[in-house]
Design a protein around this ligand. Structure first.
Ligand SMILES: [Zn+2]
Length: 137
């Protein structure tokens, strides 16, 4: 089993075997205790490792930030990984057909258009069209 296959298998296993609320609390307490038991050197080593990991994996950091941002904005989705892949695969605005860009703030930047009431994703459009769309839709 490759690393990728194992990741898919584990994801499905967690869906098939959800944790009870008691188990979630137990795990949270256990992790908290691990943190409290760390020495300052261990904490600093962990921080250094995490800092380096973020430098080495900018694409993953960006993906996590995007998904976190979407969740905060009320986007509802069963599979944010697939949504992110789909988001990156879209090259044309679904409203004005402009070629979409990523990164820099500009009117052709790709953004997710979602229903602000139900949270469902309607499509990938450009920043310009997203601003022009009437609010509260
Ligand atoms: Zn557009």
């Amino acid at each position: 089993m490759t690393r990728q296959e194992r990741s898919v298998y584990m994801k499905q296993w967690r869906l098939d075997n959800p944790l009870t609320d008691e188990q979630k609390i137990e795990i949270k307490c256990y992790k908290r205790q691990l943190q409290l038991n760390k020495t300052d050197e261990q904490k600093e080593a962990d921080n250094a490792y995490n800092r380096q990991w973020r430098i080495d994996n900018p694409a993953v950091v960006l993906k996590i930030r995007r998904i976190c941002h979407w969740k905060k904005r009320g986007v509802v989705c069963d599979d944010f990984d697939s949504l992110h892949d789909w988001y990156l695969s879209q090259d044309i605005c679904q409203i004005c057909s402009v070629v979409l860009t990523t990164g820099d703030v500009c009117s052709t930047r790709r953004v997710i258009d979602h229903c602000h009431i139900k949270g469902e994703v309607r499509g990938i459009i450009c920043f310009g069209c997203n601003v022009r769309l009437p609010k509260q839709k």
